[in-house]
Design a protein around this ligand. Structure first.
Ligand code: NAD
Length: 474
């Protein structure tokens, strides 16, 4: 049922003859596959292929790029069921979420197919009638991208369609824990007619691969999605060689629930967004600040909703939430709960593994923590959240902005003045007011402060993959 895994270099799928590592189903702990790892020679071959391919791809017609991206969208829709099942097998999320992830990515491919035909320059009126001055935007060059395991299909395709739509070529290292989605992507682009070398897929020890690729003079741009510490490390390596970066890093999204909010609607959004993908989402609501007058009512509602969630194998039709993606996340969750108890917090629900077998952890709410507690300041990246009360908008905005992160923020209020203030004063790359609606192809996705540099999606999507050239001519 699980596919054969491979490297993809210069248009060739390489399945055997390399060191390999096990891939584990997090719902059962069973080994489902073997992943071949790139040797240093494979990385050099990928670099040479990407450099060679760039010479032609950078001048390819936007119509040619667009047609390939359109075919990728069609093939993604055709193959989505199989790809989704494999994601559930090696990542753990419930099948409905895996399907939604893959189908949503067909829309990303379509959007980039349209937008890449509109990478315009401009003419600047000159001071001298004999002079013509214009600005063109050119592909930056060979890119190296590193994508994580929580949305293995989505995070990889967003980087691929932006890079190749802009006329760049790419070497992408996907997540070794959950690799089937990225191998499926290689197959999709290959079958859609992408020329050899434009996209290359490698696997290995993450730090070794990234250091090898970033050190190469062939690579002109780095794109990474993952944790803040790793992002800072890769950005420093890139900065030392003046290479461009796009960084989509961690967050610790504040949620502000005002007394005048529709509490049932707020609970529905918060629960859905918090427990999607077992909480392993960089934009998941993370710190819940509830105005004092509705704090008790909100706790009751959220506890009831969290306890109604059925935790189980993502392939079982009655599971609402699957396992965590690997064992180290379960250890982390237990660490957050233990620390919260030691810090005087109260576990309102959950706090333990609800069943044996896989890497399961119960949806968990904790009350009574100070703002400097570990759970209030470090990204849990799992199905656990702290609740705290607040009195005034001034106070909660200051507390919400008190961490170095700035990815997503959420707020619920029916007061228009409060909504305006929250929209303008919350320090985040994405602010959700009274609903959640991020990561659409046509909307920019990205963070500020420690949460990152640059945006993916929206009309900003190609900015990180283009350089500006000014031409003046008599
Ligand atoms: P981690 O920091 O070791 O790894 C995160 C991702 O980065 C993984 O995909 C990993 O393969 C990759 N990575 C790690 N070191 C790398 C390096 N030197 N070069 C290139 N890639 C490298 O942690 P983890 O245990 O896999 O994940 C836990 C943490 O990662 C979470 O707490 C969360 O903050 C973060 N994370 C964030 C996102 C996101 O969407 N922003 C996604 C996954 C993980």
């Amino acid at each position: 049922m699980y596919p054969t895994l491979s490297l993809y270099i210069d248009g060739e799928f390489i399945e055997a003859g390399r060191d390999a590592q096990d891939v584990v189903n997090p719902a059962t702990r069973e080994v489902v596959g073997r992943l071949p790892l790139a040797s240093p020679a494979d990385l050099d071959r990928a670099l040479a292929a990407a450099e060679r391919a760039f010479r032609r791809w950078k001048t390819s017609s936007p119509m040619e790029r667009s047609a390939i991206l359109r075919r990728v969208a069609v093939l993604t829709r055709e193959r989505h069921e199989e790809i989704a099942r494999h994601i559930t097998l090696d990542q753990g999320k419930v099948l409905a979420e895996a399907r939604a992830e893959v189908l949503g990515c067909a829309d990303h491919a379509d959007w980039h197919a349209e937008e890449c035909r509109r990478i315009y320059g401009r003419v600047i009126p000159s001071r001298d009638p004999a002079v013509r001055q214009f600005v063109v935007r050119e592909p930056v060059g060979v890119c190296a991208a590193f994508t994580p395991w929580n949305f293995p299909f989505n995070q990889a395709i967003r980087k691929i369609v932006a890079a190749i739509g802009a006329g760049c070529t790419l070497i992408l290292k996907g997540p070794e824990d959950s690799p089937s989605a990225v191998v499926a992507l290689a197959r999709l682009f290959h079958d859609a007619g992408l020329p050899p070398g434009v996209l290359n897929i490698v696997w290995g020890v993450p730090a070794q691969v990234s250091e090898h690729l970033i050190a190469s003079p062939v690579v002109r741009k780095i794109s990474f999605t993952g944790s803040v510490p790793v992002g800072k490390r890769l950005a420093a390596l890139a900065g030392a060689q003046m290479k461009r970066v796009t960084m989509e890093l961690g967050g610790h999204a504040p949620v502000v629930v005002c007394e005048d909010a529709d509490l049932d609607a707020a609970c529905e959004v918060i629960t859905r967004m918090k427990l999607r993908n077992a909480g392993q989402v960089c934009v998941a609501p993370t710190r819940f600040y509830v105005q004092r007058g509705v704090y008790a009512a909100m706790v009751d509602r959220l506890v009831a909703r969290f306890e109604a969630i059925r935790v189980g194998d993502g392939l079982a039709p009655d599971s609402d939430m699957g396992p965590l993606a690997h064992e180290r996340r379960v250890t982390e969750m237990q660490g957050f709960v233990d620390d919260a108890r030691r810090s005087g917090g109260t576990v309102l629900t959950g706090g333990r593994a609800p069943r044996d077998g896989g890497y399961f952890f119960a949806p968990t709410l904790v009350g009574g923590l100070r703002d400097d507690a570990r759970l209030m300041t470090q990204e849990p990246f799992g199905p656990i959240a702290p609740l705290a009360s607040f009195d005034t908008l001034d106070e909660v905005i200051a507390r919400a902005n008190g961490l170095p992160f700035g990815l997503a923020a959420y707020a619920f209020t029916q007061n228009v003045r409060s909504a305006h203030r929250l929209a303008s004063e919350l320090e985040a790359g994405m602010v959700n007011l009274n609903h959640a609606g991020m990561a659409l192809p046509e909307t920019p996705f990205g963070g500020i402060k420690d949460s990152g540099i640059g945006s993916e999606g929206g009309s900003e999507t190609f900015d990180g993959y283009l350089v500006t050239k000014f031409v003046t001519q008599v």
